[in-house]
Design a protein around this ligand. Structure first.
Ligand SMILES: Cc1ncc(COP(=O)(O)O)c(C=O)c1O
Length: 384
């Protein structure tokens, strides 16, 4: 029996993550080394998916592996805090200017914790978020009509529509705990938010006493302290994940001591556990990965992304994004995914390409040539 048949017997649809499913079934990875992934047929691809943007240094980076192994050898998880969470929180504070942090195991969980923090801090119930942005799978941030979802106090507005936001804040502003925004939402096409709109949004939250919450789970990699730094605004809360875990499960929220004070253990405080939250393996791997991704490395990776985007555009490829994150535009994402995969490039199932520091100029040339062959104006088209 094939592994896919075995999988379909024990996993609904044959796998665990909806986000990486491509019909009829994705291949199975068996090995990752630097920028290259090998599947169970021996086929090798340049990894432009990087576990949905999280592997900023590619696979099995020696220093990150050493840090994780050293930590694991001293125990993988404890019913006590460890020094490692203090060190990662200090690093995040120093690189972002955001005072305090709380760790968890995924971006989904970080967004849930962020919403809890906003509601607990303000004593208000309503969350404003924007259509098309993905913030994980919590009930408050997915379609209220999706199966199994219990709609909460959430107002979903079109992004970049200042009139709609102003009207909503005028009507409901005194109930709004937080406005949650992703400044370059991947699912909505990876188009950076308009600076004037973000400034106006910031001002509206100030006027109405609501918190400004920025989801940097994907965009954190674009600047030392996250993409919001480009906009010159100070968020009240941020959610992060992906790159800050060095390839291990992670999420975190950041905010001022005042905004995060509901979590300080005391009678009436928010109680939020997490058996594996801030485990020392993730903390050590994350700290090493971030130390290896300072301003010079960020600038260089973004430059490479900008160069790749220009090169693709010159060949007639429609591509959005900023810096090291690119999003190919296509009418048929599944066809695109397989066409790239068969030619040796692993993308996201929606055409997302996330660069890693493990990629060499030769890898980037190969990515450009492959994408051009599939989507360029003179390319072979998307035939499998
Ligand atoms: C902006 C954003 N927020 C939250 C999440 C959820 O993160 P996770 O998949 O780690 O739960 C994602 C995942 O892609 C994301 O892109």
């Amino acid at each position: 029996m094939s592994v896919v048949d075995r999988a379909r017997r024990v996993l609904p649809g044959g796998s665990t993550r909806t986000t990486l499913f491509v019909p009829p079934h994705p291949p199975y990875a068996v090995r990752g080394e630097g920028a290259i992934v090998t599947d169970d047929t021996g086929h090798q691809v340049i990894d432009c998916n990087n576990n949905y943007t999280s592997l900023i240094h590619g696979h099995a980076h020696p220093e990150i592996l050493d840090a994780a192994t050293d930590a694991a050898q001293c125990g993988t998880a404890f019913g006590l805090p460890t020094h490692s969470e203090v060190a990662l929180a200090e690093h995040l504070r120093d690189r972002t200017g955001i005072e305090q942090w709380r760790f968890c195991n995924s971006g989904t969980e970080a967004v849930l914790m962020l919403l809890r923090a906003a509601r607990a801090h303000t004593g208000r119930d309503l969350i404003v978020r924007f259509e098309g942005s993905y913030h994980g799978t919590g009930d408050a941030v997915v379609s209220p009509t999706a199966p199994g979802v219990v709609p909460g106090s959430v107002l979903v507005l079109p992004q970049n529509d200042l009139g709609a936001l102003t009207a909503a804040m005028r009507e409901h502003g005194d109930r709004v705990a937080a406005v949650l925004i992703d400044l370059m939402p991947n699912r909505a096409g990876l188009i950076p938010a308009d600076a004037g709109y973000v400034e106006a949004l910031h001002d509206l939250t100030r006027q109405h006493g609501a918190l400004l919450a920025i989801d940097e789970v994907i965009t954190f990699r674009l600047r030392e302290g996250g993409l919001h730094q480009v906009y010159g605004i100070q968020p009240d809360l941020v959610s992060v994940g992906k790159v800050i875990g060095g390839g291990f499960p992670v999420g975190a929220i950041g905010g001022s001591a005042e905004v995060l004070s509901p979590f300080v253990p005391a009678p009436g405080a928010v109680s939020w556990g997490g058996t594996f939250s801030a485990n020392p393996v993730t903390m050590a791997a994350g700290l090493t990965a971030l130390r290896l991704f300072g301003p010079a490395q960020i600038t260089e990776l973004n430059r490479r992304g900008d160069e790749l985007r220009s090169r693709l555009r010159a060949e007639g490829v429609e591509v959005n994004g900023s810096g090291s994150l690119l999003r190919l535009r296509t009418a048929d994402p599944t066809e695109l995914w397989w066409s790239l995969y068969r030619r040796g490039v692993l993308a996201g199932t929606n055409g997302l390409l996330a660069l890693s520091t493990a990629m060499t100029p030769a890898h980037l040339d190969q990515i450009a040539e492959t994408v051009t062959a599939v989507l360029g104006r003179d390319g072979a088209g998307q035939q499998r």
